[in-house]
Design a protein around this ligand. Structure first.
Ligand SMILES: Cc1cc2nc3c(=O)[nH]c(=O)nc-3n(C[C@H](O)[C@H](O)[C@H](O)COP(=O)(O)O)c2cc1C
Length: 251
């Protein structure tokens, strides 16, 4: 685990959405954020995705927060693009929190005018951020409003990997994920929905990011994989998204 990944892992247990901002980042800090934005690891490397910093005027829609900066992700529309976007931008959410910078996912607002498209890639979702005017960190895990682990998995005894995934943020705090598997591999599934399917897939990507960091932290291989027949593992009403292997595949 790199120092960077360690800091992201620690932020899982403290982060919260920040909706009030004091102002923009210092230019030097902004440069660090830009550098990190270009090092985000994809969940599915074969999906072409790109992040762009945009201004608040370029976004409009419900539940928008007044923030000085927004990081938007654009992607080609390949299967898994929404989970891939969630996985990537969650690394930024955790990075910002680890640096004491406020951030909030923005599922409601959509871009106006010319920022709708970047080359052949479509806007997926954005993350608002800036200097916080409220608490960036929670004092303890008990402050997270989340369902108990037993409602989101049937796996026993893997709390060290699943508890960080349980704490993941989600649109409208739906926690629309389910975990199956064993001590070698954990599979993540998203709740199917007519209205919020895309958001549910973003949410599953966010949970996968936490699961991946937890597996790295645990000293495991943390290999991200798309297993061929894992769809059979999905509970009723859920669709398989991806897996994280903590030990050698096939062993
Ligand atoms: C995909 C996604 C979309 C979200 N969209 C919005 C939004 O449009 N506006 C907002 O204020 N919060 C939004 N949120 C923040 C959630 O409401 C928040 O993460 C959740 O309630 C859990 O709270 P916490 O992040 O403080 O732990 C979104 C979160 C996610 C993951």
């Amino acid at each position: 685990m790199t120092m960077h990944e360690d800091a992201l892992y620690d932020a899982i247990f403290k982060r919260r959405s920040v909706r009030r901002y004091a102002g923009p980042l210092e230019p030097g800090t902004m440069e660090e954020v830009e550098r990190f934005a270009h090092s985000l690891k994809p969940l599915f490397p074969d999906i072409r995705a790109e992040v762009r910093f945009i201004g608040g005027d370029d976004l409009r829609g419900p539940f928008k927060v007044e923030a000085p900066h927004f990081l938007a992700i654009f992607s080609e529309a390949k299967e898994g693009f929404a989970a891939n976007a969630g996985f990537m931008l969650q690394q930024m959410d955790l990075f910002l929190s680890s640096r004491g910078i406020g951030s909030c996912w923005q599922g409601g607002p959509r871009p106006t005018r010319d920022v709708k498209k970047v080359s052949d890639r479509n806007f997926v979702i954005s993350l608002a951020f800036g200097m916080p005017a409220e608490e960036v960190h929670r004092q303890s895990v008990s402050e997270f409003k989340r369902r108990p682990l037993g409602e989101m998995t049937d796996i026993q005894g893997m709390e060290r990997l699943l508890e960080p995934a349980r704490l993941a943020p989600s649109g409208m705090n739906r926690q629309s994920w389910y975990f199956t598997g064993n001590e070698d591999v954990i599979r993540v599934h998203h709740a199917r929905s007519v209205i919020t399917d895309r958001m549910n897939q973003v949410n599953a990507g966010i949970a996968l990011c936490h699961l991946w960091l937890a597996t790295l932290h645990d000293g495991g291989r943390a290999e991200l994989a798309l297993e061929k027949d894992a769809g059979q593992d999905a509970p009723r009403g859920f669709s398989y998204v991806a897996s994280v292997f903590s030990s050698e595949r096939g062993s």
